[in-house]
Design a binder for this molecule. Structure first.
Ligand SMILES: Cc1ncc(COP(=O)(O)O)c(C=O)c1O
Length: 380
């Protein structure tokens, strides 16, 4: 994104770059077509609905984790969703069914509780169970759903005698920004622990975490793996990545408000917040790129970057710049589309960043500015 573009934007603003989005979608569509699988968007990662019309030609819809996401799929994607939640809320379930083509249950008890409602739906809805394949390569426990004792998915022991009647699909989610070689190992476990169920299925959902749009992702290996599995068991394969769709497709534009110094450490305080607007930078933790900045280099102007909330840890460790930063400078964080907009808070009453898109022809379209009512309406 050129300075002429980001200088004219309100600050802070999330900016989707349409060209980069389409590039990701083309890569995903290539897998979808050649492997003959379905690829749906996991809204939990990215649900910027004003760009859904761009997604439609390349994807098969979306997966929803709640009634709100299911309704968004129905209203803004014009599609029935694949629903999955660790626990459905009784007062919402009938409506979720209305918006869904597939419903996956996290436990046998949830399946037993709700199967009658699904079977009585006005349109056919296919039911599935989430399983725990007990294999993952995820460094951070917070993101690992496959650990022993995990609340996510049915354990192998409970399905050793087969599937309950009415279950047509299985679902697992065991990857986090992984490649197809990790998927292959997860599938080996799925076959070992749940292999006796696979010939009876109509579909299997391989969850998210496939970082297919990463430049080093081995797409040919993935396609071979998917085709092999599909042929072996004669079932439909569904992938539901979130991050991969929005990966490296946009920015968070912010502005330097002040520069403070303490014991020789300089911090540039910006008008955005890591805890409110970029939570993965603290949770994963994930160190984002900043246009024009590098990891610390001795002799160069070097700053910690401080968020605008009161949280002491609302900051990133040092980056170096070519020149001294000045109040009013713009800082542009890279790769800020996934798990950002969907997770924002108004902690401290801090305003939410505007939402915009840099269109292919260079025009910047602002979809949304937020104000006092957005803060207030969440509190009473
Ligand atoms: C069940 C399920 N599906 C899909 C996803 C999307 O994963 P990602 O955004 O890493 O592709 C997640 C993420 O937590 C998930 O829990």
């Amino acid at each position: 994104m050129k300075p002429s573009v980001y200088r004219q934007l309100p600050s802070p603003t999330y900016v989707m770059d349409e060209e980069l989005l389409i590039r990701n979608l083309e890569r995903l569509n290539d897998v979808r077509e050649r492997a003959e699988v379905k690829i749906i968007l996991a809204f939990k990662a990215f649900a910027m609905w004003p760009v859904f019309d761009r997604l439609a030609p390349y994807l098969d819809g979306a997966t929803a984790s709640s009634l709100n996401e299911a309704r968004l799929c129905y209203e803004e994607m014009n599609a029935l969703t694949h629903a999955y939640s660790p626990g459905y809320i009784p007062s919402e379930f009938e409506q979720i069914v209305k918006y869904s083509s597939h419903i996956t249950f996290n436990s046998l008890s949830q399946f037993e509780k709700y199967k009658g409602t699904v079977q009585n739906a006005l349109h056919p809805v296919s039911m599935g169970l989430r399983i725990n394949p007990e294999y993952a390569e995820i460094g951070v426990d917070l993101y690992n759903p496959t650990a022993k004792g995990s609340r996510l998915g049915v354990e192998k022991e409970l399905l050793k005698n087969g599937l309950p009647e009415g279950v047509e699909g299985l679902h697992f989610h065991a990857l986090c920004e992984n490649n197809s070689y990790v998927l292959e190992k997860v599938l080996t476990n799925v076959e070992e622990y749940f292999g006796h169920l696979l010939p009876h299925l109509k579909w299997i959902n391989l969850g998210g975490g496939h970082l297919i749009t990463h430049k080093h992702y081995d797409v040919e290996h993935l396609i071979g793996l998917l085709k092999g599995f599909k042929e072996k068991y004669d079932l439909e394969i569904i992938l539901e990545p979130g991050a991969a769709i929005a990966y490296q497709t946009g920015y968070l534009v912010s502005t330097v408000l002040d520069i403070v110094e303490n014991h020789g450490v300089k911090t540039a305080i910006i008008d955005a917040s890591f805890t409110c607007h970029m939570p993965d930078t603290l949770e994963m933790p994930y160190r984002p790129g900043i246009i024009g900045a590098t990891d610390p280099v001795e002799g160069r102007p070097t700053y910690r970057i401080g968020g605008v909330s009161c949280l002491a840890g609302d900051c990133l460790s040092e980056y170096s710049f070519q020149e001294e930063l000045r109040i009013g400078d713009r800082l542009i964080f890279l790769d800020m589309m996934q798990y950002t907009m969907v997770k924002t808070t108004t902690f401290n009453g801090i305003g939410l960043p505007s939402i915009a898109m840099l269109e292919k022809d260079g025009y910047v379209r602002i979809f949304k500015n937020f104000g006092y009512e957005d803060f207030k309406s969440r509190l009473g």
